[in-house]
Design a protein around this ligand. Structure first.
Ligand code: PEP
Ligand code: MG
Length: 297
């Protein structure tokens, strides 16, 4: 009953002893803003920008992108909006980004990797559009890149983003090597966000598209939790935000565990926010840490 009562509560996310944990929304475009605001999202923790590119024969123009980014930023005055740069790969072919066929698209040229060579201009235009949209916007724009493998990727991306004047630059942690190098990686960026969908896939070497491997695709696996803990500990020691934006953040039983591992914000489908808010309100930070220790065991 307490959970039911709390699930109807509103307001910012916090533990029972008042530690703030931002509850953010995962969105796929301006059309998702209203539902996120209605659910009480404290901002956007993952704005997947793929919708602008998929199904197009030519890359979206700078102006098209600026309009779409502004429409999202306008929905969250005084809040943060974390936009993720294009996460394309051989499994989502784009006519203007011919990556060729690969034996293992999940392990191939996807995410940031696609833009470190020939197609750098696409990233450049996206970063320019994001920077332009952020000018004078009421929301605070944070920008992060997918499929960062290590601190070298992070440093390269941060250099590109900062060259456009973007101030809050981050990296997704969704490759185990990035979690293992969280300390050096965090020295290159302002924040990180754990993509637990891919992090689980890569840690257990279990293709997330294969339902038959479902038993291996659990973010509750202690190996995945250990990587989250490494990232959380690195974030705490340098005082930088560590979010989770994969499906794990939407599980009300896992959310307190993630907080106990050092996570400072949770981003999820807007419909999941009330239950996660309620679950956090039932646990002190100390209890979250105890749950995390038990889960790691
Ligand atoms: C993830 O991998 O957890 C993530 C949030 O990104 P996507 O699901 O878009 O790959
Ligand atoms: Mg991912």
């Amino acid at each position: 009953r307490a959970r039911e009562r709390a699930a109807t509560a509103t307001g910012p996310g916090r533990t029972a002893d008042g530690v703030p944990i931002s509850l953010l929304a995962n969105i796929g475009g301006p059309g998702d803003v209203a539902a996120a605001v209605a659910a009480g999202a404290e901002g956007v923790g993952l704005f997947r920008t793929e919708f602008l590119y998929l199904g197009c024969t030519t890359p979206p123009t700078l102006e098209t992108q600026v309009d779409a980014y502004r429409a999202v930023l306008d929905g969250f005055p005084g809040r943060r909006v974390v936009a993720r740069t294009l996460d394309a790969g051989a499994d989502k072919p784009l006519p203007f980004l011919p990556l060729g066929s690969e034996p293992n698209p999940a392990l191939g040229v996807r995410g940031l990797r696609a833009f470190r060579g020939e197609y750098r201009e696409l990233l450049d235009t996206q970063l320019a559009a994001l920077a332009k949209a952020a000018e004078g916007a009421a929301a605070e724009l944070w920008v992060m890149a997918p499929m960062i493998a290590d601190e070298n990727d992070a440093a390269w991306f941060a250099e590109q983003a900062r060259a456009h004047g973007l101030r809050m630059v981050g990296a997704m942690i969704e490759v185990p090597s990035a979690a293992l190098r969280a300390g050096p990686l965090l020295s290159q960026v302002d924040f990180v966000s754990l993509g637990t969908n891919d992090l689980t896939q890569y840690t257990l070497a279990a293709d997330r598209m294969m339902g038959s491997l479902g038993a291996l695709q659990s973010p509750w696996h202690p190996a995945v939790l250990r990587l989250i803990e490494l990232t959380g500990t690195a974030g705490r020691s340098c005082g930088k935000p560590v979010g989770v934006c994969g499906e794990a953040a939407a599980d009300p039983r896992l959310a307190p565990v993630l907080v106990g591992l050092g996570v400072t914000s949770l981003s999820m489908a807007p419909s999941a926010i009330p239950e996660v808010r309620a679950a956090l309100a039932e646990h002190t930070l100390r209890q979250c840490r105890e749950l995390a220790r038990a889960a790691l065991r």
